[in-house]
Design a protein around this ligand. Structure first.
Ligand code: ZN
Length: 146
């Protein structure tokens, strides 16, 4: 009980003393589900039906349209090395480790998309940083799914 209380205080303190830090913590927590859910909801509202996380396809795409042979990856800018502000962010500790890890992720993404295309599939990467402009995102998705 005492420990729980302490933890709560610590979290509050972090929030109060460093708003930037709590923003990062929220972003990290949301990475897995937030952006992908937004894309899925938008697709659903546009009338598209899809499958999720097909394990039998290269790269295990997040959203799959088997009839169209189309696959969508929703990528976090940091983890997949996007050429944007967030993607360019380099952690101050273990810099070499993270740089290398992210470089390998980006390389693997390219290889997987190549494999998908070799199987007759088309692939689209939706970047986390591009999800806020819903109209733009909608245009990109409908253009991709024609
Ligand atoms: Zn980005």
């Amino acid at each position: 009980m005492q420990q729980l209380k302490l933890e709560a205080v610590t979290k509050t303190e972090i929030k109060q003393t460093d708003p930037r830090r709590s923003k990062i913590m929220r972003a990290v927590k949301a990475t897995d589900t937030g952006p992908e859910l937004i894309v899925r909801r938008l697709l659903y509202s546009l009338g598209y039906r899809y499958r999720l996380h097909r394990k039998d396809l290269p790269g295990n795409p997040d959203i799959v349209f088997p009839g169209r042979k189309a696959a969508i990856f929703v990528h976090g800018c940091f983890w997949h090395g996007h050429s944007c502000k967030r993607g360019a962010r380099v952690p101050k500790t273990n810099t070499e480790y993270w740089t290398e890890k992210i470089r390998r992720n980006a390389e693997r993404d390219k290889i997987n998309i190549g494999k998908l295309e070799a199987l007759g599939w088309k692939a689209l990467i939706v970047w986390e940083c591009r999800i806020k402009g819903t109209q733009q995102l909608q245009n990109n998705l409908t253009r991709f799914l024609v």
